[in-house]
Design a protein around this ligand. Sequence first.
Ligand code: UD1
Length: 421
Amino acid sequence: MAKYEIIGGNPLNGQVVISGAKNAVVGILPATLLVQGKCRIENVPNISDVRILLDILRSMNAQFEWVDHSTLEIDTTGVKSCEPDSSLVTKLRASYYLMGALLGRFGKAHVALPGGCNFASRPIDQHIKGFLALGADVDETDEYIELSAGADGLQGARISLDVVSVGATINIMLAATLMPGQTIIENAAKEPHIVDLANFLNTMGARITGAGTDTVKIRGVKALKGGTYTVIPDQIEAGTYMAAAVATGGDVLVQNVIPKHLECITTRLREMGAKITEFDDSIRVQREGSLRRITVKTMPYPGFPTDMQAQICVCMSLANGISRLTESVYETRFFGYCSELESMGANIQINGKTASITGTDKLFGTTVRANDLRAGAALVIAGLAAEGTTYVENIHYVERGYERLIEKLTALGAQIRRIED
Ligand code: UD1
C-alpha cells in the first residue's frame, strides 16, 4: 500500500492554487443525469471520488471527455439504466446522490447503499423522508434502496428536515427539479456547495430559489438543457492549506478561493494569532509568533466546518495553553485521528463531544494511519510541522479529496513524497 513520507520542520512558503470543490462536484455530476444534452463543467478536481463517479456514470452509458486537466464535457442522454453498478456505488459516500437524480429522471432508482468515509454512523433517514414526501415508494434493505413512484405519482411537496443535512437537502433538490409542482425544503443546509448545485441546475434551466438560506424552493420544470458551468473552489482544501501554513509557521498565498466561504476558518486562525489578509479571490496566511489557545465548536455552515475539525486540532496541538474543540455534527470523529496525533506527541483528552488539547512546543515524526479523508489531511499537516520523518499510511483516503497534494505541497517547500510499499 502506498504511503506518504514527510520530512517535517519546513515552514510552508509561496502560493497554492485551490481546486474545484469536491462536495459540489459530487452533487453536480449526478445532477447531469437530469440534463438533456452536453454539460461542460469547469474547475473539476481530478480526485478519486470524481473518477469513481465518472466510472459509475460511464457504466450507465454516459459519455464524457476531459477537455483539459479540469474541464469535463459530459452527456448523460444515452443513460437508460436506473440501477448503477453496486460494486462501484459502494466505493463512494456521495453515490447516494444517484438516488435523487435517478428518481428525478426516471421516476425510479435501485441504488446500493454508499461507502466512503465511515467516521461515524451516517444515517439517510432524512433523504428517505424527502423521497416519501415527494410521493415515492421506498424499499430499503441492508444493501440497497429501491425507489419508485407511489400510487398517486411523484410531485412537489413541503418537507421540513428534522436535522440540517447537506446530503438530504441536495438529494431532495435533485429529485424535485423535474417533478410537477413546487417543493419547499425547510431547515435546509446552507453550505456553499448547496448554492453551487442550485446554480448549476438553474444554469441548465431549473427554477430553484433560496439555496444558501434555510428554505429552498424548487419549482419543477419539464426539462433541463446542456450548458457550461464553473464549480466553486473547495472551501475545505483551502482551509487545509491555511491550517498547514499556520501549523508550520509559514506564509502562504492561497489562490482561487471565495474568502467569504472561509470566514469561519479565518476567524479562528486569527484568534490563534495568525495574520490573514483577504483579497478578491485569494487569501494570505502568515504566522510569525507562537499560537494562542482557542475554543472551537463545529456547526453546519456558516459555522466552523466539521470537515476542518482534525486540521484545526493540529494547530491547537501546537498552541500555548489548553484549547477546546467540540464536535456537534459527527460525535465520533475524534477517534479517526486523535490517537495518531498523540503518537506524534500531541496531548488530547476526549470527553464526549469535546476534546481538550494541551499545546506542546513540538510534534515528532512517526508512522501514523489515516482513517478517513480529513483525518489523513490533518496527519499530513502534523507531519509537515513535526520534527523528523512521518509516514502516513492509508493514503487512499487522502487521495479521495485532495488534487495533486504532493505537487502543491512540494511547491510550497515541503519535503513530501509518495512511496509504494
Ligand atoms: C456532507 C459532506 C461531508 C461533511 C458533512 C457535514 C458531502 C459529499 N459530504 O456529508 O464532507 O462532513 O456534510 O458538513 O457533501 N443525518 C441524519 N439523517 C440523515 C442525514 C444526516 O441524522 O438522513 C445527520 C448526520 O448523522 C450528521 C448530520 O445529520 O450528524 C449532518 O449530516 P449531513 O449534512 O447529511 O452530512 P453528509 O451529507 O453525509
